[in-house]
Design a protein around this ligand. Structure first.
Ligand code: ADP
Ligand code: MG
Length: 424
């Protein structure tokens, strides 16, 4: 077995006074094409800097082709890794040919005379990246796409065994980013050069990679084929918004998109939801459920509760009780009728005391009547009843099939799934 092209073993790394990477573990085999995705600030660039030796790991080890990265001399490192920056800046008026020849500086002194082997490598790199005809043009006068290809040629000219790119295609239009990706795929397949591509364009990353690494908050949260990594729930959780994943009809790779359109489209079947809330947690819930097209009722709420205010403003029918009073029989009866007419009950992340515990019992009643209940997780942590009755009822709900949710995005996804099942 060959040593992996790149291996991170339990790597913790960061900057002077802050830890960023947290126990990163992965291997990339020689010849693989791997893309790294993750939200802004998740540690992608830091990982790349650690891979190239710019940052030393605090714990764990980083190996390139079986050799510890910190022990490599800069020249040895440059002979193994070609780095393509996001934007290459040329401080002086260099031609493309000159810039690409600099790529050879790893194998000779910086201002030494290029020998024939150097010019062969530079020429091959320029042919691969389709910049040979730009050879005598000034780098600074090229378009963004041309500059990116020249930067790639420069990295390639040093004949590295692995190429690493950090958002290098981020600012290119779709035509030029596809062109750079095509070149990378060719380099990967024909020259067997390993590619590590950091990209915040999930779809491009999924289109070209054999394997994907998903970063979140300095951790590697998923490592697998594009299909395994680009899972709807996982991406929605990591990026903190609702995302849809489909299959590309031509390539079969996963394609992700936002759900703004789905939110604006009302479900065919009107679903009526009764919401149990209070103390302000209903404000976001009401608005969101309305936007998603559900009919909403609420209560029991106290008249002065900000949720009662919000319900009134949104014309949401609401069972109301006098301020500072426990739920009485009249309001309870009103809420019971609302639950009876609802298709399901949503329990918000509201604290429960003896005054509003009956609201949770309404949810239990709905579940017993065969209606779905979606309850915010960790009711036990918000149970202020003397005998912890809310926690007990929540446990009953859970074992009876109530579905737990922990953020409004997750709730919306769960509800859409239910509405979809009803439509089908
Ligand atoms: P990404 O490339 O995924 O957007 P980065 O690796 O750039 O993420 O950043 C990860 C975290 O490290 C962020 O919280 C960022 O603020 C921090 N960070 C990045 N560069 C530095 C630096 N030079 N000094 C201190 N902190 C940094
Ligand atoms: Mg970055």
């Amino acid at each position: 077995m060959n040593a992996p092209a790149l291996a991170f073993r339990s790597v913790t790394a960061g900057y002077r006074n802050r830890s960023v990477l947290d126990g990163i573990d992965f291997e990339i085999a020689e010849g693989e094409f791997v893309s790294v995705i993750g939200p802004n600030g998740s540690g992608k660039s830091t990982m790349l800097r650690t891979a190239t030796g710019l940052i030393r790991p605090r714990q764990g080890s980083v190996e390139l082709f079986g050799r510890g990265v910190p022990s490599l001399k800069p020249r040895e490192r440059a002979a193994l890794i070609g780095v393509v920056p996001q934007k290459l800046e040329s401080p002086m008026a260099f031609t493309v040919g000159e810039i690409v020849t600099f790529g050879r500086s790893a194998s000779r002194s910086l201002w030494g005379i290029p020998d024939p082997k150097d010019s062969d490598a530079a020429e091959r790199a320029m042919i691969f990246t389709n910049v040979l005809e730009l050879k005598d043009r000034l780098f600074n006068e090229l378009s963004a796409g041309e500059q990116q290809r020249a930067a790639l040629a420069m990295a390639l000219a040093q004949e590295p065994r692995i190429i690493m790119l950090d958002e290098s295609i981020a600012h290119l239009d779709i035509n030029h980013s596809q062109e750079v990706l095509r070149i990378l795929m060719n380099i990967n397949r024909e020259e067997k050069i390993t590619v590590l591509l950091v990209s915040h364009d999930l779809n491009l990353a999924a289109q070209v990679a054999d394997r994907m690494l998903l970063m979140d908050g300095g951790r590697l949260v998923s490592n697998g084929s594009p299909g395994e990594v680009m899972r709807e729930e996982q991406l929605s959780r990591v990026y903190g918004c609702e995302l849809r994943v489909r299959r590309d009809p031509y390539g079969g790779h996963p394609v992700v998109s936002g759900t703004l359109d789905a939110q604006m489209r009302r479900p065919k079947t009107r679903m009526r939801l009764h919401v149990i809330s209070g103390g302000g947690v209903g404000i976001e819930l009401f608005r969101r459920l309305r936007i998603e097209g559900y009919d909403v009722t609420a209560g029991v709420l106290n008249r002065l509760d900000s949720d009662a205010e919000a319900a009134r403003a949104l014309d949401i029918p609401c069972a109301l009780e006098q301020p500072f009073s426990p739920v009485g029989p009249e309001a309870y009866e009103q809420a019971r009728l609302m639950v009876g007419q609802a298709d399901g009950v949503v329990v918000g992340p509201v604290p429960f005391g003896s005054g509003n515990l009956v609201n949770l019992e309404l949810a239990a009643m709905a579940l017993a009547a065969g209606k779905p209940v979606w309850m915010a997780s960790d009711i036990a942590g918000r149970d202020y009843t003397p005998a912890r009755e809310a926690a007990g009822t929540a446990e009953k709900l859970r074992s009876g099939g109530a579905v737990e949710w922990s953020g409004i995005h997750e709730l919306a996804l769960l509800l859409q799934r239910e509405a979809g099942a009803r439509d089908a």
